[in-house]
Design a binder for this molecule. Sequence first.
Ligand code: ADP
Length: 253
Amino acid sequence: MNIKSLNKLPIGEIRYFDTIGSTNDAALVWATEDAPNLSIVIADEQTAGRGRLDRKWFTPKGSALAFSVILHPAGITHLSRTVGLAALSIADACSQLGLSPQIKWPNDILLNGKKTAGILIEAVWAGDQITAIVIGMGINIFKESVPPAEELKFPATSIENELGSPVEREQFLKDVLSNLLKRLPEIETAAFLASWESQLAYKQQFVQVITGANQTPGGILLGLESDGGLRLRDENGKQFTVHYGDVSLRPMA
Ligand code: ADP
């Protein structure tokens, strides 16, 4: 991959790997060392890419984007909004190509109802303090990046598939990072939350909420809490909130 064009962005340092286990793993280590704010680990291929709860994330060579941004949390009150920051950065880049992305709360980007990108947020702790947030993103760019259906619990696609014309991987990466840099100073604002909420998938629809092995009764998806939690209404009209963690949404068939 040619990542020269990223040099012009006001980011930290870049570590690029042709192949790596997981960019988040490398970023988590670097974050405990001397990584400047907004440093980025990028890989052309991941051999042990992770989703939440150690589920696998596929990043075949030469066809996808896999990168992790190290964010120093100083001055950010709403750290739980960083998953929204990542989601909006990817969604914005899709919209800039003329696509209509939706955010499947908390951590996936959908195009035409299919998963095109996933986000994995992890924190570095020192005692009871968070010293860094690692924002991992995996984005299916070319057709070859889409895993075989038998590996998936949810349908997947790529930017190229949905666009129906060629897409430039390096340019898409630059766009996502530029969007992140633009959105970051607004992360505390109501406008940020509104923008995030406006792009949620399944709004006003009944969704199942899967927490770990359990499936809670589910409810109508209403919107976001100020901390980025998801607000729903159950069958009895009672509102409840779920938080980022091991929560997966499924639309009702
Ligand atoms: P979920 O979104 O299902 O709650 P995660 O956010 O942890 O789960 O993402 C991991 C899951 O995403 C994997 O279990 C797999 O089904 C799916 N997956 C893995 N790689 C890809 C990919 N490149 N594109 C789309 N889906 C993928």
